[in-house]
Design a protein around this ligand. Structure first.
Ligand code: TXA
Ligand code: MG
Length: 348
């Protein structure tokens, strides 16, 4: 990794340099509490355009605007129901993105032509300082190529985007590890566009939240693709019970000795009870079944397994409560292998 591009986010001189880049139309990757973002001045259309180009992101997928104060958000939205103010007070700074009608001043390229804009105030000192010093809200999607897993380290940003960003601020591993919860706020209710770092149960203390499973309009968030967060190695999210997957894998390995054994990796949660020798590599998301710990490790563990030349990664499901909802959403979208048996029969 080239040193001149990746700078320590803890050094005020580097934050000054990064903010100068933003002010002068540059594109900077920076840490937030969720994942790394790829930021540009929200009002600079050419700079925002470069963000789409560097990510190879289709222009129909809008960006999240990052602010360093609630007042800055109020200058971007046209209509703000009181429940939105309550949510901002309770959860900002933090991993909650609110989608509300936008003011005319917010360029169409940021919102992909939608009449709404997604805004959040990140809970990371370097991100907040960068936005403050830049003197403008910062439009920033996750700093990965479109459709790929989000980066939770500066190294992962470099792996994804190479020389694309003008510079990368290195703030170490991001603590939350999954992206923000995206909530479209209506007068008194909300629509969950993406589960994330703030649990659905927490939001439900403040408003009624509808989800896609309530029969909501799926087109509301253009970025809500079925396939996303992908790595190169095929991944299969184990359907319950896990034991049956393991039996299928063992049976396959034993029944076709001439073919050789596929190199298997496991993303485990809790005690994997894995038969010895079946997996070449095991990444434990959380041995003690802590969903926060699992979320924080998820993308890093996926990337680590992806570098091991495996044929297949088996991911164990986690309970769909708290941060588990976001983890399962990411695993389902990263899972390109629907049927384990079909995959095994087609392998070699
Ligand atoms: O934690 C996060 O949210 C990270 C960090 C960098 O802040 N950002 C992030 O951005 O995950 P991105 O672009 O990867 O995901 C933003 C999601 C997309 O699915 C997009 O479609 C949706 O938010 N979105 C943005 N603006 C929207 C809008 N006006 N209406 C509906 N969905 C919107
Ligand atoms: Mg993303």
């Amino acid at each position: 990794m080239p040193d001149k591009k990746i700078l320590d986010a803890g050094d005020p001189a580097n934050l000054e340099l990064a903010s100068e880049k933003i002010r002068t139309g540059g594109v900077v990757a920076f840490p937030t509490e969720t994942v790394y973002g790829l930021g540009a001045d929200v009002f600079n259309k050419e700079a925002v355009c470069r963000v789409y180009e560097i990510k190879k992101r289709p222009s129909f997928d809008p960006l999240i605007v990052h602010v360093s104060s609630s007042d800055e958000a109020l200058r971007l939205w046209r209509e703000i129901p009181s429940v939105a103010l309550t949510l901002m007070k309770k959860f900002w700074p933090g991993p909650l993105t609110l989608v509300l009608p936008k003011k005319h001043a917010v360029p169409d390229i940021v919102t992909a032509g939608l009449d709404t804009v997604a805004v959040r105030m990140p809970k990371h000192p370097a991100a907040l300082e960068l936005i403050r010093k830049s003197g403008t809200p910062v439009a920033a999607p996750s700093a990965n190529r479109f459709g790929h897993a989000s980066p939770t380290t500066a190294e992962a940003v470099y792996e994804e985007l190479g020389e694309g960003p003008d510079l990368i601020l290195d703030g170490g591993s991001t603590p939350v590890g999954v992206e923000s919860t995206v909530l479209k706020v209506e007068k008194k209710s909300g629509f969950l566009l993406r589960p994330g770092g703030i649990a659905l149960e927490e939001l439900e203390n403040f408003l009624r939240v509808r989800t896609v499973s309530d029969g909501g309009d799926v087109s509301r968030s253009p970025g809500r693709m079925e396939s996303h967060y992908a790595i190169a190695t095929p991944l299969h999210l184990a359907a319950q019970p896990l034991g049956r997957c393991l039996e299928a894998l063992e049976g396959f390995c034993e029944s076709r000795p001439a073919v050789g054994r596929p190199k298997l990796g496991l993303l485990s949660f809790g005690d994997p009870e894995s038969p010895a020798g079946l997996f070449q590599a095991v990444e434990a998301l959380s041995a003690k079944k802590d969903l926060r710990e699992a979320a924080a490790k998820l993308f890093q563990a996926m990337r680590k397994l992806d570098k091991m030349g495996l044929d297949l990664i088996l991911a164990m499901p986690v309970p769909e409560k708290g941060l588990g909802l976001a983890i399962m959403d990411r695993l389902r979208k990263a899972s390109g292998v629907d049927s384990l048996m079909e995959f095994l029969n087609g392998w070699k």
